[in-house]
Design a protein around this ligand. Structure first.
Ligand code: ZN
Ligand code: ZN
Length: 321
């Protein structure tokens, strides 16, 4: 499914198989998760995508050929971080997520809204044989970047999650496994999201603006809504932290300094490192995480994106070729 230009509908297309370079593996795609970032690219909210483009960066598939790292048939995951230069100041200091020349799957590289893709084996994850493809796919970004965001909350016990979709429903399970308390905040009237939040261990779920039963030590904002930053700051205990987990957000309105006073902080989470992935998949060996998904045939990619935009997906949307 090809994006010719931002805001144009995706269209089915036949592309020539790309020639393999050293480190490239050809992958038969079994499932590809739909991320809010795909929606931002589709809607023209992120600059300079490769065009035409195959979206999608939560790929689960099997190696067909190429590279040296995987045998044919190996189960692999392809995440958002597709390539880095390994030379810039960020790469050399263990922060390849900030690489100045990074390339991203489904944004500056073709991704997974397809039957087949080519990826650099050094940035793929070896996946265990556990879990079916469609349920594993959302772990590749919603899980992975959510996991990075959760790490930035430090030892916060009382955790607020603003926007309860693909990422939050996974992060809530990590947080519960770590003994944290989870409070879920959704749009008013989103009973589906609130019931999902309770089902995965939130002790409280309600609408943004409702009084919370307790102060928060940290908040993670998944919804792309800048107004939530001062709202979340106002819910924090002294020393608390607001982590913005998305790649794009509407403008943050001005707010009184008092909301930041007492060593409260705001930061964003950008991309992932391969180390994050290794840590995540190691953690998943020890704890049980269940993803809630809604599947769509590949040809219905646009319908999946529309449902995501409208806030109608319960959990994560996944495309099946
Ligand atoms: Zn993503
Ligand atoms: Zn770099």
């Amino acid at each position: 499914m090809l994006l010719d230009e931002p805001r144009a509908p995706l269209r089915p297309a036949e592309l020539e198989p790309r020639a393999l370079h050293p480190h490239d593996v050809r992958i038969a795609i079994a499932a590809c998760g739909v991320c809010r970032t795909d929606l931002h690219v589709r809607d023209g909210e992120l600059p300079d995508p490769k065009l035409p483009l195959v979206l999608g960066h939560q790929i689960v598939g099997r190696v067909v050929e190429g590279g040296e790292r995987f045998a044919p048939g190996a189960r692999v995951g392809v995440p958002w971080l597709g390539w880095t230069d390994q030379q810039c100041v960020y790469c050399r200091s263990g922060r390849e997520n900030l690489c100045l020349n990074a390339r991203f799957t489904g944004y500056t590289l073709d991704g997974g809204y397809a039957d087949e893709t080519v990826a650099d084996e050094r940035y793929c994850f070896a996946l265990p044989e556990r879990g079916d493809d469609a349920h594993v796919a959302p772990l590749l970004c919603a899980g992975l970047i959510g996991f990075r965001a959760l790490r930035f909350t430090g030892d916060a016990t009382r955790l607020g999650l603003y926007g309860f979709g693909a990422s939050a429903h996974i992060v809530a399970q990590f947080a519960r496994a770590q003994g944290r308390r989870v409070f879920a905040l959704t749009r008013r009237g989103d009973d589906e999201a609130q019931s999902l939040a309770r089902a995965v261990g939130a002790e409280w779920a309600g609408a943004t603006g409702d009084p919370l039963p307790d102060e928060l030590d940290a908040a993670i904002i998944f919804a792309p809504v800048g107004e939530l930053v001062p709202t979340a700051l106002a819910a924090l205990a002294p020393g608390g932290r607001v982590v913005c987990a998305g790649i794009h957000m509407s403008d943050i309105p001005s707010f009184p300094y008092e909301l930041l006073w007492h060593e409260r902080s705001v930061l964003s989470v950008a991309n992932l490192t391969r180390h994050d992935g290794d840590e995540l998949f190691e953690l998943l060996e020890r704890i049980e995480v269940e993803t809630t998904i809604e599947t769509f045939p590949l040809e219905q990619a646009d319908a999946a994106l529309d449902r995501l935009r409208a806030g109608q997906v319960r959990g994560a949307a996944v495309l099946l070729p």
